[in-house]
Design a protein around this ligand. Structure first.
Ligand code: PLP
Length: 446
C-alpha cells in the first residue's frame, strides 16, 4: 500500500518532479528550506486563492497548511489585496513604514503581556532578539528551554531538544537538532514539560545564571498540542517571578489562533514578561515581533543608557518595512474589527474537523489521538494520550507521513507530518471533503 501511495503521488506530479530534478542542481535538496522538502519530492505550487491551492501540474487542493500558519483569512482576501495595491503605489522599501504605530496598537490592545513592541521579519529572528534582550536586561547568560518546544531555525538557541533527547526525563540535558549549535548548548538548561517538581527544581538550581525561561505556551510541533497543566504553568510563573527571571512565551505558531486575539497566554491565563509573535501578524508577508514589559523593552530603545554597551542592539534593513506593515496591518485590522465573525468561523471549522476525525477513528478502530484546539488540529498515530515530548516521540511518524501523502493525492494539501490550520475561506463543503479524504487515507495506511 505504501508503494501505491508513493506511485500515485509520482503520477499526479510529473511537472513538479521535473522542476525538482532541475532545482537539485542549484539548491541543496532542491528546496529553499528544510520544511519545504517532502519525500518523494516537493510539490511546486503556482497559485492560491481562498481555501484553494493549485500546483504546476494543474492539481487543485484544499489548503490546510495555510502558508504554515499565517493565512488566517484565506488566500488573497480582498482587504489584503487592497493593502498590497496601496503599498505597491507607495513603493516597496523606504525604511520604516508610517503604519507601524497602528499595527502595534492593535496587537498591544489584545495581547495581555505586550506593552511595547518591536517588529522584525521572522519568528526565528524575534526569538533571537527576545533572548538577547533578556540577557541584556538580566546580565545573565544561560537560557532555559522546555524539552519539545520549537523556537524556529535561524537562531542558535532554537535547534536544541526538539525531537532529540539527552539525559533522563527528570533531568533532561540539551540535545542538538543541528550541527553547529554546540556553543549555545553549553549555555542551555532544559526543563521537562508538565513535570512541575523537576522543572521548578532545575530552574531553582540554575537561577543565578538564567537570563530567561522560554517556552511555547502550547506547542504543536514537538509536544503535539499537549496542554500545560494549570499547576505547572502557575509554578513556572511563580518561580520565575520570585527569582527575577524573565519568562518568554513564543507564540509564533499559536498566537492569534489559540485564545483568539488574546493569544494562548489569555487562554491559559498566564502573563509572560516577553512574548514572541509571528505568522498571523504578517498575514502572509514576512513579519514577526517581540513585545512585553515596558521596562524590559526599554533596553532596545536606541537612546537607552549612556552608550552601546548599556543597551541591547536590535535593528534590521526590513524591520517594520512598508510591505510587511501594509499586509500585516490590513490582516490585524480585519481581525480586530471582525473578531467574532473570523474566530467563530475558524474555530467552528476546527471543532467540526476534530469531532469528525474522532468519529472516523472510532469507526475504523485505529490507534490514533485527535488533538488540537481553536483553529488547529492533527490526528497522531499513537495508542494513548501523551503528557510530554518523550511520550509524544513514540508516535508512528512513518504512517503519519504516508497518510499525509495520501491526503495530497486526494486533493488536501497538508505539510507532511505537520499539524494543520483552518482559515476564514474554508467552507462546510471543504470540511466534508477533508474528512472524506482522511477516512480513505487512514484506511490506506492501516
Ligand atoms: C513556535 C515557533 N517559534 C518560532 C518559529 C520560527 O518562525 P519563522 O519560521 O518565521 O522563523 C516557528 C516557526 O514555525 C514556531 O513555530
Amino acid at each position: 500500500m505504501a508503494n501505491d501511495i508513493v506511485e500515485s503521488f509520482k503520477q499526479l506530479h510529473p511537472k513538479s518532479y521535473r522542476m525538482w530534478q532541475e532545482d537539485l542542481n542549484y539548491l541543496p535538496g532542491g528546496v529553499p528550506a528544510f520544511w519545504k522538502f517532502r519525500e518523494p519530492f516537493p510539490i511546486y505550487f503556482s497559485r492560491a486563492k481562498g481555501s484553494r491551492l493549485w500546483d504546476v501540474d494543474g492539481n487543485e487542493y484544499i489548503d490546510t497548511n495555510c502558508g504554515n500558519g499565517p493565512i488566517i483569512l484565506g488566500h488573497s482576501h480582498p482587504v489584503v489585496l487592497q493593502a498590497i495595491e496601496e503599498a505597491k503605489e507607495r513603493g516597496l522599501q523606504y525604511g520604516a513604514s508610517d503604519l507601524v504605530g497602528e499595527w502595534a496598537r492593535i496587537i498591544i490592545k489584545h495581547v495581555p503581556s505586550v506593552e511595547q513592541i518591536r517588529f522584525v521579519n521572522t519568528g526565528s529572528e524575534a526569538v533571537n532578539y527576545a533572548i538577547r534582550l533578556a540577557k541584556g536586561y538580566s546580565g545573565k547568560r544561560k537560557v532555559c528551554k522546555v524539552e519539545g518546544c520549537y523556537h524556529g531555525s535561524s537562531n542558535d538557541w532554537a535547534p536544541i531538544s526538539i525531537s532529540e533527547f539527552a539525559g533522563t526525563p527528570e533531568n533532561p540535558l540539551p540535545a542538538p537538532h543541528s550541527l553547529g549549535v554546540d556553543h549555545t548548548m553549553e549555555y542551555t538548561v532544559i526543563i521537562p514539560w508538565n513535570d512541575t517538581e523537576n522543572a521548578v527544581r532545575i530552574i531553582k538550581e540554575n537561577a543565578k545564571d538564567l537570563a530567561c525561561v522560554i517556552m511555547e505556551p502550547i506547542s504543536g510541533t514537538g509536544l503535539g498540542f499537549v496542554e500545560p497543566e494549570a499547576e505547572y504553568m502557575k509554578a513556572i510563573r511563580e518561580i520565575t517571578t520570585e527569582k527575577g527571571i524573565p519568562l518568554i512565551f513564543d507564540e509564533v505558531m499559536v498566537g492569534f489562533r489559540w485564545g483568539n486575539l488574546g493569544c494562548a497566554q489569555s487562554y491559559i491565563g498566564i502573563k509572560p514578561d516577553l512574548s514572541v509573535l509571528g505568522k498571523v501578524i504578517g498575514g502572509g508577508a514576512p513579519a514577526a515581533a517581540l513585545g512585553g514589559r515596558k521596562d524590559i523593552m526599554e533596553f532596545v530603545n536606541p537612546t537607552h543608557g549612556k552608550c552601546a554597551a548599556e543597551r541591547v542592539y536590535q535593528s534590521g534593513t526590513f524591520s517594520g518595512n512598508p510591505f510587511s506593515a501594509a499586509v500585516g496591518l490590513a490582516t490585524m485590522k480585519y481581525l480586530d474589527e471582525h473578531e467574532d465573525e473570523v474566530y467563530s468561523h475558524i474555530n467552528r471549522v476546527g471543532d467540526k474537523i476534530r469531532k469528525g476525525l474522532k468519529d472516523i477513528v472510532e469507526e475504523l478502530k485505529i490507534p490514533v489521538q485527535v488533538v488540537g484546539g481553536f483553529s488547529t488540529y492533527e490526528a497522531h498515530f499513537i495508542d494513548k494520550p501523551y503528557r510530554n515530548a518523550r511520550e509524544f516521540a513514540r508516535r508512528d511518524t512513518k504512517k503519519l507521513r504516508l497518510r499525509d501523502l495520501e491526503l495530497c493525492n486526494r486533493g488536501i494539501f497538508k505539510l507532511l507530518g505537520h499539524f494543520v490550520f483552518t482559515n476564514l475561506a474554508q467552507t462546510d463543503e471543504d470540511v466534508e471533503k477533508i474528512l472524506d479524504a482522511y477516512r480513505e487515507a487512514f484506511k490506506a495506511v492501516m
